[in-house]
Design a protein around this ligand. Structure first.
Ligand SMILES: C=C(O[C@@H]1C=C(C(=O)O)C=C[C@H]1O)C(=O)O
Length: 358
């Protein structure tokens, strides 16, 4: 920048660049619509997550700064979301109500132009996708401090939906109220997990204030939007959505609190080059079975990243196992190890192969 450039001149330059951006973005949208028409004629899906990933990766390679990769990721997520919405918005069911952490995860994955539809429960999210009323569903599956969301794992025993993506979100809690003043808080509402995650902060800062459990952090925010003497513990997007002020931000006791969400759909995702596969199976109760079920993976050098067991609801002391591994099921070592395991399982289901979250 030379010293002689005035504020007006610099703003003029920005206006010129924006004019070009508007033109280019509309050009891009038109080409995306052409692609949409072409695909419709060939009966192909318009939304192609693997291609979107390619676009993000290409943009990251092109980027020479000063903007960081993350900035381009959000910008291009919204560009592609808006291009898709011109044809027909991608419909996504998520565990609601509005402004839950699952809602934030859905926005992170699909952008603001997707049609995000809140659902009352995890089973209704699955049902919306199974019946074809939504293309995707988003539900929580695991929290780094509270563990697995067993309701979600249990759904896969009956459902044939596939996991097509995972989303990692840092979960941070704010204390929200109508007035934004600490001295007005006579009661605190939240989801029991959120209250547990802020226990020490609450003991120190709001001792003797009653804590009330409700079904979600967003519902707590909704209740508090009608009560001047109450506060909610919820994510920052709930403040905006329910017209609340932040009394204190980031009140969780542990930093680095992540929740993992999964995206379900009726189709398997294509390989992206850096995938993960999840399976579910049950084995006969006999000596050495735990060793035998893992051996096919060890022999082929397939990296197992997680193993969970859940009781079979209809049979006491029998278990089903959930296994996560690196790689896509279409890759030989992964596919072969799974088939070998299948040969001594009572049942085995591939829950999906999907890109590893960044
Ligand atoms: C335009 C396409 O369709 C959709 C829109 C994309 C985009 O805006 O870049 C990318 C993938 C698809 O979800 C395509 O497949 O190329």
């Amino acid at each position: 920048m030379s010293k002689t450039q005035s504020l007006e001149q610099l703003r003029g330059e920005i206006d010129q660049i924006d004019s070009n951006l508007v033109k280019l973005l509309n050009q891009r949208a038109k080409v995306a619509s052409d692609v949409g028409r072409l695909k419709a004629g060939q009966d192909r899906d318009f939304h192609v997550p693997s291609r979107e990933r390619e676009v993000h990766e290409r943009v990251a390679r092109l980027n020479q700064g000063p903007l960081p990769e993350e900035a381009f990721r959000s910008i291009f997520r919204e560009i592609m979301s808006a291009c898709l919405a011109l044809e027909s918005p991608v419909k996504v069911a998520f565990l609601g109500p509005m402004a839950t952490f699952t809602h934030m995860a859905a926005m992170q994955q699909f952008g603001l132009s997707a049609q995000l539809v809140p659902q009352k429960s995890i089973p209704t999210v699955f049902e919306e996708v199974e019946k074809g009323r939504a293309l995707y569903g988003v539900v929580p599956v695991e929290n780094s401090t509270e563990g697995m969301v067993s309701h979600t794992l249990d759904m896969f025993v009956e459902s044939d939906l596939k996991i097509t993506a995972e989303v990692l979100l840092e979960v941070s809690h704010d204390l929200l109220s109508r007035t934004g003043r600490m001295e007005d808080v006579r009661k605190v509402y939240s989801h029991p997990q959120a209250l547990a995650q802020c226990r020490h902060w609450l003991e120190e800062n709001l001792p003797n204030v009653p804590l009330v459990d409700v079904a979600s952090t967003a519902l707590a925010a909704q209740i508090v939007s009608e009560d001047l003497s109450a506060a909610a513990i919820a994510g920052c997007s709930a403040a905006e959505h329910y017209g609340l002020k932040v009394v204190r931000s980031r009140i969780e006791d542990q930093v680095n609190n992540f929740t993992r969400f999964i995206v379900v759909s009726r189709k398997l995702a294509e390989p992206s080059g850096n995938d993960k596969t999840s399976i579910l199976f049950s084995v006969k109760d006999e000596p050495g079975i735990l060793y035998r079920m893992l051996e096919p993976f060890a022999r082929r050098g397939v990296n197992l990243s997680k193993i969970e067991s859940r009781p079979v609801k209809t049979k006491a002391w029998e278990y089903i196992f959930f296994l996560d591994m690196s790689g896509h099921v279409s890759e030989a070592p992964v596919g072969e190890a799974i088939e070998e395991l299948r040969s001594f399982c009572q049942f085995l289901k591939i829950l999906g192969s999907y890109p590893k979250a960044r």
